[in-house]
Ligand binder design. Structure first.
Ligand code: ADQ
Length: 484
């Protein structure tokens, strides 16, 4: 994305010249916890990330806006614009970050929505802060959305916003997309404020999920908790819920990546050179096994390390021929579950390396840093086997990025059945990561796979992601919302 615009320009809202709104698309207003920009010494610059790249051109072309938090507490800059898009900050205090963001969203909803892999905190003060911040987002949206706009609200931090917004602005078309799984009713019903969350989402015209299963879980909870009528499609992928004479449409909209962009980056000479350099630096192993994740307990990083360790121990993998690279992005470090997970992973890396490394040649290379996307692509290219083993994951974009980066047509993915990506990436070696033996067998299958089969499967993966890329995802959601 062109970052030319840069600095804050509070006077520009409504004054600067935007490209004309295409006749077929009303203005689009996006609301997400974070604004798509970072503060740098030179001013604001767009954050990296596919979502931003997919939505920005649509916002620019329709004269739309993005509403969200700057990432700095007690920071309330006036609206400004970056790269031709109006950005409207929603202030969040330090206390609210602790209660609404780290607390209710990431220590309450996140574990609950991921199979209750960790115990959730349910705290009334956190809930109040969640409500207050959601109300603030709704108020800003109500004030900032042009008449007839399509409002697209993102993710679990903002589930109450749709109903709060509808109460003020019934003229708007309101859509919501949940990036993480929606849990089955038995789990969801643990939430002390379960009815309020469903009521919040039912303020939408369209609620989108990653998988049909999430969509159907939501419909089941709405029926059980609020006694609403719902009509499911014959294939049980979509539904329409009746709420006070309004129709709320529900369905799957699996997210993807900017395939062309990744392919272009992967094709560069510098990338190829860097990939060979990486292989040489790792001691020219026969097989590089690769993991790339946020360091989150949902991602199953410990599981795959343990499986790798057991395979070395049994002699099914050989430290002279097989090495593992695990890149883990620091995330949510203030939350205890994340601190525990990091300690466990670092203990495992140390213990496996202690047993199997040779001088100067660790068998597990562990990087606890966010690495720039330009560095990630050569790593994907160097990786012979990608290990994506979450216990539960909304989609998992790493699985798609790896396939897009393998323009050489080679490379194998071991992919958890519990990642949303498993619905589409059926040419991966699919595995139940809870099953130790199955995970070990899947890794061995991937490592030993014949070149012909590897290429056939990679062709299947690449065909799939080319059919459904990120721009198509945004268009499908917005077309569905606009057509209602
Ligand atoms: P995440 O849980 O963050 O997203 P994921 O889909 O894997 O997970 O996306 C991670 C992104 O971060 C990828 O684009 C990847 O390139 C990047 N990344 C990961 N590790 C990195 C590292 N060490 N250094 C640099 N970049 C790194 C949530 C849901 C997912 C869903 C997405 C999008 O949990 O299930 O796929 O939203 O909807």
């Amino acid at each position: 994305m062109n970052t030319a615009a840069g600095g804050p320009d509070a006077g520009s809202i409504g004054e600067h010249e935007e490209p004309p709104v295409p006749v077929d698309r009303p203005p689009i207003v996006v609301a997400a916890n974070r604004l798509p920009v970072m503060r740098t010494e030179e001013g604001w610059s767009p954050s990296p990330g596919g979502l931003v790249r997919a939505l920005y051109p649509l916002l620019r072309a329709t004269g739309g806006k993005w509403i969200g938090w700057t990432g700095d507490t007690d920071d309330a800059p006036a609206p400004f614009h970056v790269d031709g898009v109006d950005l409207v900050p929603v202030p969040i205090s330090a206390a609210e970050v602790e209660l609404y963001y780290e607390g209710f969203s990431n220590d309450g909803l996140w574990p609950l929505y991921h199979d209750a892999l960790r115990e959730s905190t349910y705290d009334a003060d956190q809930w109040d802060a969640y409500g207050a911040v959601n109300q603030r987002f709704a108020d800003v949206l109500a004030a900032e959305s042009p008449v007839g706009a399509l409002v697209w609200i993102h993710d679990y931090q903002l589930q109450l916003v749709p109903a709060m917004l509808r109460a003020q602005r019934p003229d708007l078309r309101i859509g919501f997309f949940l990036h993480i799984p929606f849990p089955p009713h038995e789990l969801f019903s643990r939430l002390p404020w379960r009815n309020e969350v469903i009521e919040g989402l039912l303020g939408c015209d369209l609620v989108g999920f990653q998988r049909p299963m999430g969509a159907m879980n939501f419909v089941a909870s709405a029926q059980q908790l609020l006694d609403v009528e719902a009509e499911r499609s014959d294939d049980e992928r979509t539904a329409v819920i009746d709420v006070d004479g309004r129709r709320v449409h529900v369905g799957p909209f699996p997210i993807s990546i900017d395939v062309a962009e990744v392919e272009e980056m992967a094709a560069g000479r510098a990338t190829r050179q860097r990939a060979s350099q990486i292989r040489a630096r790792l001691g020219d192993p026969e097989v590089i096994l690769l993991g790339v994740d946020r360091l989150d307990y949902t991602k199953g990083i410990g599981l795959r390390l343990r499986a790798f360790g057991r395979l070395l121990e049994q002699g099914l993998l050989d430290p002279e021929r097989h090495v593992m690279v695990q890149v883990a992005t620091p995330t949510r470090e203030a939350i205890e579950h994340y601190q525990d997970e990091r300690h466990e992973i670092e203990r495992l890396v140390g213990s496996i390396n202690g047993r199997f490394s040779r001088l100067g040649l660790p068998v597990v290379h562990y990087i606890y840093r966010t690495i720039p996307f330009e560095e990630l692509i050569p790593l994907y290219r160097a990786g012979d086997v990608l290990l994506v083993t979450p216990f539960r994951d909304g989609m998992n974009l790493v699985a798609k990025e790896y396939a897009a980066a393998h323009i050489d047509g080679d490379g194998v993915e071991v992919l958890s059945e519990f990642a949303g990506a498993a619905d589409e990436l059926t040419d991966a070696v699919l595995v139940n990561p809870h099953d130790e033996q199955a995970l070990e067998a899947a890794i061995v299958t991937a490592v030993e796979m014949h070149r012909h089969e590897r290429r056939e499967r990679m062709a299947g993966l690449r065909a799939q992601i080319s059919k459904f890329d990120l721009h198509g995802w945004a268009d499908r959601f917005l077309d569905a919302l606009a057509d209602l």
